[in-house]
Design a binder for this molecule. Structure first.
Ligand code: FPP
Length: 242
């Protein structure tokens, strides 16, 4: 990969386009998801090579449960087989894997594999790979709000003492820094209820490439675009430069 000056620390990805990739080839959507899982492996490898510290992948949204039953089943089976096949390799590569989102709707077998993978990799520190499954940004904000309310009740806090830091501690991504770069493949330009709080100042990058075709070269294009951005966080340029 060509060297770019400024690499993101945290990259968040909406992996869109698996279904269209398959339909274009007259294949079932499940094959598109399988190819999508291959693209995940390539992107994880590429991020590792580039020393990206945090990679967060949106693998299954809370809304995705409403897809046709066979498709949901195929995706769940893909999660199972990917975890079985890849957990050890990820561990050997020094990658910590963690899952964010609800877990109660998964099969006992999948929950167990998720727990095992998290336990196996928990001491790794080359890269933290967060996989968002049964996740939605609004769910995250709600569950964080509920936890904060409980804390307020238990500790008898005054609401005036609460600030963004107090809230963020309850988000499922804590203690990760907010994403620097958000990538969405598949041509649509929206956030689709991903990390809605955490993306407040994130640079957005949209690619027309369908996720199964997204590879190290495509990632390089996204990084090159990121390197050209001026992140102002609401300040003026002179303030940033000084
Ligand atoms: C969106 O494409 C993709 C999904 C809902 C599933 C994503 C899952 C994977 C890429 C497999 C990941 C596996 C692991 C282990 C992380 P879409 O189906 O909405 O595509 P479309 O917009 O073309 O219909």
């Amino acid at each position: 990969m060509a060297t770019v000056q400024t690499l993101p620390t945290h990259v968040a990805v909406v992996m869109d386009g698996n279904g269209r990739w398959a339909s274009k080839r007259l294949l079932p959507r499940s094959i598109g998801h399988r190819q999508g899982a291959k693209a995940c492996r390539e992107v994880v490898e590429a991020c590792l090579k580039q020393n990206i510290k945090y990679l967060t992948l949106f693998a299954f949204s809370s809304e995705n449960w409403q897809r046709p039953r066979e498709e949901v089943q195929a995706i769940m089976e893909l999660f199972l087989s990917s975890l079985k096949n890849d957990a050890e390799t990820l561990h050997e590569q020094g990658i910590q894997v963690r899952f964010i989102g609800g877990r109660t709707q998964f099969s006992a077998q999948l929950r167990e594999l998720i727990d095992q993978t998290e336990a196996l990799t928990k001491a790794n520190d080359k890269m933290l790979l967060s996989i968002a499954v049964d996740y939605s940004g609004r769910w995250d904000v709600m569950q964080a709000s509920k936890q904060l309310c409980k804390q307020v009740q238990l500790q008898g806090l005054n609401s005036d003492e609460l600030d963004e830091n107090a809230f963020e501690k309850h988000l499922s991504t804590y203690p990760l820094p907010d994403p620097d770069l958000f990538i969405r493949t598949g041509g649509e330009q929206r956030i689709s209820n991903f990390l809605i709080w955490q993306l407040a100042y994130t640079e957005l990058y949209f690619s027309d490439t369908l996720w199964p075709d997204f590879d190290a070269k495509e990632l390089e294009l996204a990084f090159a675009s990121y390197a050209k951005r001026r992140r102002s966080y609401g300040l003026v340029l002179e303030q940033i430069e000084s």
